[in-house]
Design a protein around this ligand. Structure first.
Ligand code: SF4
Ligand code: SF4
Length: 306
């Protein structure tokens, strides 16, 4: 029985757009050294969690002893409808229901199907375990890591959530993706905050996505000059990417924005109380920034100029 082919078929039925398999191994020395350098330079900024569990991040054996295969899936989140330009802007990934819920629930189903195919153990990881999702996605042939640090699926773009299942089952691996950005540097020029230096790593201390979502307390003063009307995240380095020119709306209903979300205004966010924030965002990735964070970002930014 070709288990890998069966797993890919089940993943498609569950709504995933891509699925690949890599043989489990230690992360290669080049990737491990690049990550260690990024940390040593303090470029993880307020993402202190990125410096924890580096031993597990470098070797999935620590996450699932006896792991043979790393299965990586991708789910399109590109919305079919968008906020008006003058509205306080949210990153596309936060338009719909929290991806932790949407992706994880389907990964559990995929993991259960794998365990029914053959006796094995599995471990599901969606942004919750210290694992290098993009590294494994590249190893599993799904795409390559762009200079904007996103996983780019050739011909499909980068508006994709990633999920990983580790398994002790030995599966036929896919060939790693060998594409790259080539001569393109569009995202480095498009980044409004100078967070990309061309080495494929993001400087979280300057990244508006990290600052608007992860940072607690006051924003650095310089942010006001470049924030515009973003209140949660930033998509500039993806919007400009030529691989996203042909992005197609997701078919996953939970990832579509509601009318209520699309009608959000500056005034409504400024006056929002905790009860309304919870009603709107308790099943959304936006809850990570908390109401205080959204209102702080709103105050720090400005309206778009014509
Ligand atoms: S998310 Fe925005 S600020 Fe961060 S690297 Fe991309 S373009 Fe720059
Ligand atoms: S915009 Fe260009 S350089 Fe940046 S990730 Fe896309 S292809 Fe790579």
């Amino acid at each position: 029985m070709n288990y890998a082919a069966c797993i890919k078929e089940v993943s498609r039925a569950l709504g995933f757009d891509a699925c690949g398999v890599a043989r489990a191994h230690r992360v290669d020395d080049v990737a491990a050294a690049r990550y260690a350098r990024w940390l040593a330079q303090g470029r993880n900024g307020c993402m202190e969690w990125a410096a924890r569990h580096c031993d597990l991040r470098d070797d999935p054996q620590g996450l699932l002893p006896g792991v043979h295969s790393v299965i990586v899936v991708a789910m399109n989140y590109y919305p079919a409808r968008f906020q008006p330009r003058e509205a306080p802007q949210f990153a596309y990934y936060a338009y719909g229901r929290d991806y932790h819920e949407v992706v994880k629930q389907r990964l559990w189903q995929l993991a259960a199907a794998i365990e029914q195919m053959a006796p094995c153990q599995t471990r599901v990881c969606v942004d919750s375990a210290p694992i290098r999702e993009r590294y494994w996605a590249q190893q599993a042939g799904l795409g390559f890591i762009g200079l904007n640090n996103a996983l780019i699926l050739p011909g499909k773009g980068s508006y994709y959530f990633l999920g990983v299942i580790l398994t002790t089952l030995s599966l036929d691996p896919d060939a790693p993706c060998t594409q790259s950005c080539g001569e393109c540097h569009a995202c480095i020029q498009a980044c409004p905050a100078g967070a990309l230096r061309g080495d494929g790593a993001v400087d979280a201390r300057r990244c508006l996505s990290c600052l608007t979502i992860e940072h607690r307390g006051d924003l650095p003063q310089w942010v006001s000059g470049v924030l515009g009307n973003r209140v949660f995240g930033c998509d500039e380095c993806q919007k400009c990417c030529p691989h996203n020119r042909h992005a197609r709306p997701t078919t996953i209903a939970e990832l579509q924005p509601t009318d209520d979300f699309l009608s959000l205004t500056r005034e409504r966010i400024a006056q929002m109380d905790q009860a309304e924030f919870s009603r709107l965002f308790s099943h959304s990735a936006v809850k990570r920034a908390k109401l205080a964070g959204l209102q702080r970002n709103l105050k720090a930014g400005s309206l778009p100029s014509d």
